[in-house]
Design a protein. Structure first.
Length: 402
């Protein structure tokens, strides 16, 4: 195991912060099941780029699909689509003006995110953090720390573009705190979905290396989250890393489970969701039972939203359109869930295999609040990510362990 140290000399306060986050990661690893940690990855350079590009595109498409109905319930979404004979969903949301209950009418802003009106990927925190992760790896390298993540937030991410756990962690950084205290002080959102939506690029940059992807996700998540909030990020980042080596959805899910504590609520949710998918032929019945189990959780919690993503993956069976539409029709944090499902299927399939009706409206353009990335080409971000992934593979490491 390589034991690297940050490139700069640390203060005593920073050393204390680093050791505290290390202890948390050690505890997680001690309680996880056995796993592959590293998988064989026989990809040509063009194929690796295609998969990474697919992840970026899938994340954008899924996020944009869910964006108009963020935090709507399943029933609200079904009622809206039924008003336009568009249920079940099989394209971007239509803009309906007749037959729709007044509370469900889209605002002028939402209208820009609907079928026929999309002109590129608009700014969204779900993609800001993917861009931020790329920037962190380019600026700080693979030995970045949770404190480095905080420093980059302060210098590159406007305060008014972050929410819930991230906004509180940001304030704690301004007040002089360091991880993991930034995640715990006055933070009621520390097990919500924020770290989970930041997880994807750590997987893109670690093809076939689920353990390393999970560690990257941990370092990022430790800035703002604890327990289940961290496990969701580690689970999905490791799953995405494994998607460079296998396309079997259940196998990917099982690999993700090997990077988080086996006695965690997140692990129990995953096992329950797999069981429900086997017991129920119809997605809606499995969704109903998941909804009953987690109805008391807030709509931005890690657990309930991750369950919807897993149902979408399991019932989507490798089909991009079915996976992203199911993840959104379930309700809750729809743009987050669509983004995660789309990202995973994008890596599994690669950009060349994604349906053009979903990709064409994005026009290879993405807006962002991240300093220096206001307007970017998605293909360029994918190439930069691929450069990092190849560099990471060339080191031969599976574990950096900061």
């Amino acid at each position: 195991m390589d034991m690297l140290v940050p490139s700069k000399t640390l203060t005593e306060k920073e050393k204390t912060s680093l050791m505290a986050t290390r202890r948390v990661l050690d505890a997680i690893r001690e309680s996880r099941p056995k796993g592959p940690r590293k998988l064989p990855t026989q990809l040509s350079n063009p194929r690796m780029l295609d998969k990474i590009h697919g992840g970026w595109l899938g994340r954008c498409v899924g996020c944009l699909l869910g964006k108009p109905v963020e935090l709507w319930t399943h029933k609200m979404i079904e009622d809206y689509l039924n008003a336009g004979n568009a249920y079940p969903l099989n394209d971007y949301f239509p803009l309906l003006r007749k037959g729709v209950p007044k509370p469900l009418l889209f605002s002028p802003e939402q209208a820009h995110w609907t079928l026929g009106s999309i002109k590129g990927m608009p700014r969204d925190d779900d993609t800001d953090y993917t861009i931020m992760a790329l920037h962190i790896l380019e600026e700080n390298g693979f030995d970045f720390t949770a404190s480095n993540v905080g420093e980059q937030w302060l210098s590159h991410l406007p305060y008014n573009s972050v929410f819930t756990a991230e906004k509180i962690a940001y304030k704690n950084l301004v007040d002089g705190l360091l991880p993991p205290e930034t995640a715990t002080k006055n933070n009621p959102f520390s097990e919500c979905i924020g770290a989970q939506i930041r997880a994807d690029l750590w997987g893109y940059a670690s093809p076939g290396m689920p353990e390393l992807a999970a560690e990257f996700a941990f370092r990022d998540a430790a800035l703002s989250h604890v327990r289940e909030g961290i496990y969701g990020a580690m689970f999905f980042s490791s799953l995405i890393a494994a998607a460079f080596s296998t396309s079997d959805i259940e196998e990917l899910i099982k690999i993700g489970l090997t990077e988080i504590p086996k006695d965690s609520e997140f692990s129990r949710m995953v096992e329950q969701t797999i069981t429900l998918s086997r017991e129920n032929k119809e997605w809606k019945e499995a969704w109903r039972r998941v909804d009953e189990s987690y109805r008391k959780l807030p709509p931005i919690h890690t657990i309930n939203n991750a369950a919807l993503v897993l149902l979408a993956l399991l019932y989507g069976r490798g089909d991009f359109e079915k996976s992203i539409t199911l993840s959104v029709m379930g309700g809750l944090d729809t743009d987050c869930n669509g983004a995660t499902a789309g990202s995973i299927l994008g890596v599994v399939l690669g950009a060349d295999q994604l349906p053009s009706k979903w990709i064409r409206p994005i026009s290879d353009k993405i807006e962002s609040a991240v300093l220096g990335f206001h307007s970017s080409r998605i293909s360029d971000l994918a190439r930069r990510t691929c450069t990092l992934a190849k560099s990471n593979l060339a080191t031969g490491r599976t574990d950096i362990h900061l």
